[in-house]
Design a protein around this ligand. Structure first.
Ligand code: GDP
Ligand code: IMO
Ligand code: MG
Length: 420
């Protein structure tokens, strides 16, 4: 029996998950998204071409891989249709390879409208403005339209009208903006569904079949641990559970929870949007990381805030996800640094304090200093041949976090990896 694997981000997203899922897909029979929505932006280089995926799983570039979107994902039909069409135009085959749960809750254009209006207010948390928060709110409030609702026209009309009425009250009375037209949204939603209908079906039973035949499944996490709605830096989080432990509910295949868990962490830290970030840099070193790492959001194009690697937070992530192993990405971004820092403790008024998301705004990071390796790591083909300072950096992270680093990524390309 081949082992299945859950891959999750261990920081505030954008750790390079897409690249790693794409690489591992070669060895898997299926790849499944289980939470989040098109707030995700997963970048992949396939045959020297750049792709950014938002909803389609990052295994789509291999013909032998079956791709699934589980019911934990909030589904924007417009966004999915656009993504599917773009992939097809670029010669990527999706026929018979993509299957989406009929139980997914829909993200409607009105969710994005209300997300944008709320973000324009002073209590903004820097969302992607895609409508993710309102769509998950509706799911929890039992107002959601599910994919299967699209199969019954009368029922669909009633449900859309009721959601539009609910949000139009807020749009008009709280945000002083123009109401949204329900009939237009109904037509657009139906049109998108008609174009995508062939991709919908059962996910649970098909994942079980693959598993029972001895196949292996790669579960592709989106966002990152510190953006988890329960365990992240609340309220500056996304609206889904991003932890590996949410895979059972989100994929609909309960045996998924027995998979190994690979955590992905950048060799430094980034964050998009508002919220606490203890190791954030506001100086030239931060600018250098941003520039060398090309740190701009794959979904919104916003500049990412940058800082040193935070091992206190990473250890917390390792524990919450029960990580089996770690992958460190973007180590090449640190190639030209004379000195590299990693955060090993937090202090409040000079006293050491552990990771607690509620007081993260107040902590001062305590750093361990490392000499940089100051050379191109892509020249080294295996871990043992890496320069000593780079090995020391990796060993230190591993010792601190208590999880083996089995993989190091040193370029955006598929094969820019060093295994251990
Ligand atoms: P994801 O959301 O976790 O999939 O990550 P994103 O795609 O949003 O952001 C990661 C960015 O880093 C993308 O532009 C990747 O192409 C790039 N990337 C991934 N791994 C590496 C690496 O090892 N080195 C460098 N320089 N870039 C990388
Ligand atoms: P991937 O999968 C980085 C952040 C937003 C904002 C917060 C809430 O590419 O790693 P939302 O639109 O979800 O309500 O925004 O979460 N965020 C991400 N940051 N990478 C992502 O996804 C993100 N998805 C959401 O910037 O701070
Ligand atoms: Mg991303």
């Amino acid at each position: 029996m081949k082992e299945s694997l859950i891959l999750v981000g261990t920081q505030w997203g954008d750790e390079g998950k897409g690249k790693i899922v794409d690489y591992f897909s070669q060895k898997f029979d299926a790849v499944c998204r289980f939470q989040g929505g098109h707030n995700a932006g997963h970048t992949i280089y396939s045959q020297n071409e750049k792709f950014v995926l938002h909803l389609v799983p990052s295994g789509i570039f291999y013909n032998h891989v079956q791709c699934f979107i589980g019911q934990g994902v909030i589904l924007s039909l417009d966004s999915l249709l656009e993504e599917v069409n773009k992939l097809k135009e670029r010669g990527i085959n999706l026929e018979g390879k993509l299957r989406i749960s009929r139980y997914c809750s829909l993200l409607l254009p009105i969710h994005a409208t209300i997300d944008q209006l709320r973000e324009d207010n002073k209590n903004s948390i820097g969302t992607t403005k895609r409508g993710i928060g309102p769509a998950y709110e509706d799911k929890t409030a039992r107002r959601s339209i599910k994919v299967f609702d699209l199969e019954d026209q009368t029922n669909l009309k009633k449900k859309i009208e009721s959601i539009v009425e609910y949000y139009n009250f807020q749009i008009v009375n709280i945000h002083n903006s123009k109401p949204v037209d329900a009939s237009e949204m109904l037509v657009e939603t139906q049109k998108a569904f008609d174009n995508l209908e062939k991709y919908f079906g059962d996910v649970t039973d098909t994942l079980e079949e693959i598993h029972n035949k001895g196949g292996n499944i790669l579960y592709e996490g989106a966002q990152g641990t510190l953006l988890d709605v329960d365990y992240g830096t609340y309220p500056f989080v996304t609206s889904s559970n991003t932890l590996a432990t949410s895979v059972g509910v989100g994929s609909g295949f309960p045996k998924s929870i027995y998979s190994n868990v690979l955590g992905v962490a950048k060799a430094y830290t980034t964050r998009v949007g508002a919220g606490p970030f203890p190791t954030e840099l506001f100086d030239l070193e931060g600018e250098k990381i941003a520039e060398l790492g090309n740190e701009f959001g794959a979904t919104t194009g916003r500049p990412r805030r940058c800082g040193w690697l935070d091992l206190v937070a990473l250890k917390y992530s390792a524990k919450l996800n029960n990580l089996s192993e770690l992958c460190i990405t973007k180590i090449d971004v640190l190639n030209n640094f004379e000195n590299i820092k990693v955060c090993v403790d937090y202090e409040i008024e000079g006293k050491s304090t552990s990771y607690k998301s509620r007081n993260l705004h107040e902590v001062t990071p305590v750093y361990e200093n490392f000499a940089g390796w100051q050379c191109e790591l892509s020249a080294f083909k295996n871990f043992d041949s890496l320069p000593e300072p780079a090995k020391k950096f990796i060993y230190f992270i591993e010792d601190y976090v208590g999880v083996k680093i089995s993989l190091i990524s040193h370029s955006p390309e598929r094969d820019g990896l060093i295994f251990r």
